[in-house]
Design a protein around this ligand. Structure first.
Ligand code: NAP
Length: 293
């Protein structure tokens, strides 16, 4: 078994991103600029946004945090998005999900100019991704493809089973693995909560990607020997042992699955660190007008 080491890959790619950001600054006098919009005080969202801002600063990007209380109206939020769309100094806009119940996330997602949609959630970007056209790719699936590339994992002709079909992870991941490119060219099966006998499918997986949010859901008896295992799950439990006061678990029972796998991502230290790289790379590409002129 070998580790797909998110810490190693993300540190390496951050250096490359920082070098490019410095070049942009030298040539144009400006830094790639990401704006994050945060509504309310959800603990997880606060942590994710803080990490995105910190990482932007670390690679030499400009970042701006726009905060709203949880009672902001949908209208006000949409107006703000329009304002950010029109600001030529901004390369990327993300609105942290989940949003309070009175705000329709689809409306907000579609309001973001797709040319600044560095989360890659806008239907234009999803459609273009599916057709293998230049687009912003959702950060977590993008990060996973970068990791597969870094380790030279062979994907063509493999059976990839994706467990979970969310708009931000499972669904775009399945599209990427089926595309006629590298990484890709897999035969893809998508499993979800209505799939009976998931084990029948996971046992066939040469590449198993799990994003459901259930601690240790994938056990050793569900895995084919020699499989590549990508664990997206981030399940927080309070802990008296760690400094942060919580401990993170994946969707895969790492201890028992790892000995059967050829490659596996740890949690923490795997996919989570790659997600931020996906976002930074999208923002950089936007600043360089690589995706849209
Ligand atoms: P989500 O929107 O809640 O979607 C979960 C998916 O899993 C759904 O498609 C659901 O099926 C499926 N599912 C739930 N229980 C299942 C079961 N028992 N058997 C089979 N399928 C089941 O979650 P998400 O946003 O994709 O996130 C999934 C996990 O990844 C979470 O732990 C999240 O924290 C983590 N995550 C990590 C990162 C990272 O950077 N590492 C990024 C994003 C998310 P239905 O569609 O039928 O309901």
């Amino acid at each position: 078994m070998q580790l797909l080491d998110g810490k190693y890959v993300s540190e390496k790619l951050k250096i490359e991103i920082a070098t490019e950001a410095a070049q942009i600054l030298a040539e144009t006098g400006r830094k790639p600029h990401l704006v994050a919009v945060l509504v309310g005080h959800d603990g997880g969202s606060e942590t994710y946004v803080a990490s995105k801002i910190k990482n932007c600063e670390a690679v030499g990007f400009k970042s701006t945090l726009v905060r709203y209380e949880g009672d902001v109206t949908e209208e006000e939020l949409l107006k703000k998005v329009e304002e950010l769309n029109a600001d030529p100094d901004i390369d990327g806009i993300i609105v942290q999900l989940p949003l309070p119940k009175h705000i329709d996330p689809e409306k907000v997602t579609e309001k973001i100019d797709y040319r600044k949609d560095v989360d890659g959630f806008h239907p234009v970007n999803l459609g273009r991704m599916q057709r293998n056209l230049p687009s912003f790719i959702p950060a977590t699936p993008f990060g996973i493809t970068l990791m597969l590339k870094e380790y030279g994992i062979d994907t063509a002709g493999k059976h990839c089973v994706v467990v979970g079909r969310s708009n931000i992870v499972g669904s775009p991941m399945s599209i990427l693995m089926a595309r006629n490119t590298y990484p890709g060219n897999c035969t893809v099966t998508i499993c979800h909560s209505r799939t009976p006998s998931i084990k029948d499918f996971t046992l066939q997986a040469d590449i198993l990607i799990v994003a459901i949010g259930k601690k240790n859901f994938i056990t050793a008896d569900m895995v084919k020997p020699g499989a590549v295992i990508i664990d997206v799950g981030m399940n927080r439990e309070t802990s008296t042992v760690t400094k942060s006061g919580f401990k993170l678990f994946g969707d895969v029972d790492f201890e028992n699955v790892a000995p059967k796998a050829s490659w596996i991502t740890p949690v923490p230290g795997g996919v989570g660190l790659m997600t931020i790289i996906g976002l930074l790379k999208n923002t950089l590409a936007s600043a360089k007008k690589e995706v849209y002129k």
